[in-house]
Design a protein around this ligand. Structure first.
Ligand SMILES: Nc1ncnc2c1ncn2[C@@H]1O[C@H](COP(=O)(O)OP(=O)(O)O)[C@@H](O)[C@H]1O
Ligand SMILES: [Mg+2]
Length: 381
């Protein structure tokens, strides 16, 4: 029997549509070998499943489509999971073997959806709760990278409840203008500002706080090269892809650069880029080593993409990790001799292996503590 793969996409995130593109790209390849069941999380957070979700055109007027659809639920079933929904008076059941989350950003890439699956005890591919959470939160991610001695740009974070008066302004000044302002928990460049001086600072901070209660302030690299490297693996083994150099037209790599300028419907795979990146082989090796160290430091599994900032003096900084990268970085792996189909096989196999290993650990005690509990006394006998 073919492995039944529940591919999950959409989600409550500013990267909702990007996730639909990434998922449909993967589904096209997965369908050759696996039984694919699509699970779409609407912007409201309600989950739906329907064969029409395998077609991108369905999403061009999704609000109308959803009017006739019934929500579905994921439940634990035998060793795996099952989708259930009501059709007339009967309960419909669609069993599956593993979940493949292809969600970007908040409420999906950040460990929250993975936490939901862990609570249900359902196998899933990719990073676990901790990897997803560390990778999504730019402030905590930087703390871990700093602790592991990985190079990052000078930075600090500020919370919404803290006042932005003299102490804050002085702290930014010490960092030195220009600075970059980023909501801690977003992606696709949403809410990010390039700030040249004090005058622009407060407006940028206020805008960033619209998206998150924690904002990261970091020194801007003015003459910048952006290099990305994908890592595929788990705790025991991993490999790196060729490096790409991304080409941007705005000051920062914007949402438009990422998804609107290239070939329509291709998501991250359409961004303008140079593969392999035009850098020395020494720098290439150094970046690959940092990519692997970042992958392990942030407890990652499956396929991730680590993004670097290179200053004109040759300094290398780890900028961020994407734990469910756009287009699953398939365009980098194809140039590294790993087909999209092989990449997806590997990520699924690692997910199954992780589930098996986790099941060999002790998760519950066969005790009957409650037999010792005295009714009405609120205490143990
Ligand atoms: N310190 C920095 N100096 C210069 N440009 C930066 C810096 N940090 C980010 N950028 C620019 O902003 C873009 C988005 O920032 P990033 O941290 O990657 O957030 P996101 O998660 O939204 O992709 C980067 O691709 C880069 O173009
Ligand atoms: Mg980025």
């Amino acid at each position: 029997m073919k492995l039944r793969v529940l591919v999950v996409f959409g989600g409550v995130s500013v990267e909702h549509e990007v996730s639909i593109i990434s998922a449909l790209q993967a589904i096209e390849v997965l369908q050759v070998k696996y039984d694919v069941i699509p699970l779409y999380i609407a912007k409201t957070g309600v989950m739906y499943s329907d064969p029409s979700f395998l077609d991108i055109e369905t999403f061009q007027n999704i609000d109308d489509v959803l009017q006739n659809k019934k929500p579905v639920h994921i439940i634990k079933h035998e060793q795996n999971g099952m989708l259930v929904y009501k059709k007339k008076f009967a309960l419909q059941k669609i069993p599956f073997d593993i979940v493949f989350p292809i969600l970007h950003g908040t409420n999906g890439e950040d460990g929250s959806f993975q936490g939901f699956l862990k609570t249900l005890d359902v196998p899933f591919a990719g990073c676990d709760v901790l990897g997803g959470a560390l990778g999504q939160n730019k402030a905590v991610m930087k703390m871990v990278l700093q602790d592991r001695g990985l190079p990052i740009v000078p930075w600090f974070y500020w919370e919404e409840h803290q006042t932005m008066e003299e102490a804050f302004v002085q702290k930014v000044k010490r960092l030195g203008y220009p600075v970059i302002i980023k909501p801690a928990n977003l992606g696709s460049s949403v809410g990010i500002h390039w700030v040249e001086d004090e005058e622009q600072l407060l407006t940028a901070m206020k805008d960033a706080f619209l998206y998150d209660a924690v904002v990261v302030i970091e020194k801007a690299i003015v003459h910048l090269k952006e290099i990305n490297c994908s890592v595929l693996g788990d705790k025991t083994q991993c490999k790196t892809s060729v490096l790409e150099e991304v080409v941007k037209e705005d000051e920062i790599l914007s949402f438009r650069d990422k998804y609107e300028r290239g070939e329509k419907g291709k998501g991250m795979a359409s961004l303008k880029r140079k593969i392999p990146a035009d850098i020395s082989s020494d720098m290439e090796e150094e970046i690959k080593q940092y990519a692997v160290n970042t992958f392990h430091a942030l407890q990652c599994e499956g396929v991730c993409r680590i993004d670097f900032l290179i200053d004109c003096d040759g300094s290398i900084y780890v900028n961020e990790i994407n734990t469910i990268p756009g287009s699953l970085s398939c365009y980098l792996w194809e140039k590294s001799g790993v087909s999209f189909s092989k990449l997806l096989d590997d990520v699924l196999q690692m997910g199954l292996k992780k589930y098996r290993i986790s099941h060999n650990k002790i998760h519950s005690w066969n005790t009957n503590l409650l037999s010792m509990y005295e009714k009405g006394q609120g205490k143990l006998k």
